[in-house]
Design a protein around this ligand. Structure first.
Ligand code: 13P
Length: 249
């Protein structure tokens, strides 16, 4: 019932030429994989070039989104601008935004609600640091991020929200959560959603795993019951490895 979603977060990488080339290659794989959704989040400046080659099956996302439509918000991107550029979704609360740019749950919540208000599907990114995991505070951290991130958010269609569990210690480090660790976190998040929304909504929201997903580990991660997709950084920058991830078994 939950269509798998494989998402590539390009972060601050690639020239326009490289972006268009990679997107064209990924679009071909997406065309050939009708039973799964494929998404990329390129840098804002590459959205137009990527859109031009994306075809109908490669979805686009912003790497972040402002809560306002327009105004004096230097350095931000409007949800309307993302829509106009062809985006269906937007990441909010990515670990790098939280930790390098000090975005807190309240700001993440504003971004998420702004995205939804303008018809963008937010991908709410959550995840514990190594210190939080080591001190036994993983679930507590996730609960706070989910509850505060979704504060005052109504959800009547499970397709209108995606959650991405990305343990901070697994991002860009080559360390991945073991399949059982990922499943535990995902199951916990789904239970939290069931406390906030109708049962069928919680059962329908897709929860992606992110953190050093690659061609070699994607199959065992995707085999977990509550893992509905992957949010991939480094390994989404090569057509070859991202193709293998999209074609997970
Ligand atoms: P890596 O796949 O490079 O660890 O990055 C994960 C991530 O942050 C995706 O948003």
């Amino acid at each position: 019932m939950r269509v798998p979603l494989i998402a590539g977060n390009w972060k601050m990488h690639l020239t326009l030429t490289e972006a268009a080339e990679l997107a064209a290659a990924v679009a071909r794989v997406a065309e050939a994989s009708p039973d799964r959704e494929v998404l990329i989040a390129p840098p804002f400046t590459a959205l137009a070039a990527v859109k031009a080659v994306a075809g109908s099956r490669l979805l686009l996302a912003g790497q972040n989104v402002c809560w306002e439509e327009k105004g004096a918000f230097t350095g931000e991107i409007s949800p309307l601008m993302l829509r106009e550029a062809g985006c269906r979704m937007a990441l909010v609360g990515h670990s790098e935004r939280r930790h390098l740019f000090h975005e807190d749950n309240r700001m993440v919540n504003r971004r998420l609600r702004g995205a939804m208000a303008h018809g963008l599907i937010p991908i709410l990114c959550i995840g514990e640091t190594l210190a939080e995991r080591d001190s036994g505070r993983t679930l507590e951290t996730l609960e706070k991020q989910v509850r505060e991130g979704l504060d005052e958010v109504e959800l009547v269609d499970p397709a209108k929200l995606v959650v991405a569990y990305e343990p901070v210690w697994a991002i860009g480090t080559g360390k991945t959560a073991g399949p059982a660790q990922a499943q535990e976190a995902h199951h916990f998040v789904r239970r939290l959603l069931a406390g906030l929304y109708e049962k069928n909504i919680a059962a329908g929201v897709r929860i992606l795993y992110g953190g050093s997903v690659n061609a070699a580990n994607v199959d065992e991660i995707m085999a977990q019951a509550d893992v509905d997709g992957a949010l991939v950084g480094g390994a989404s920058l090569s057509a070859e490895s991202f193709e293998r991830i999209i074609r997970f078994n």
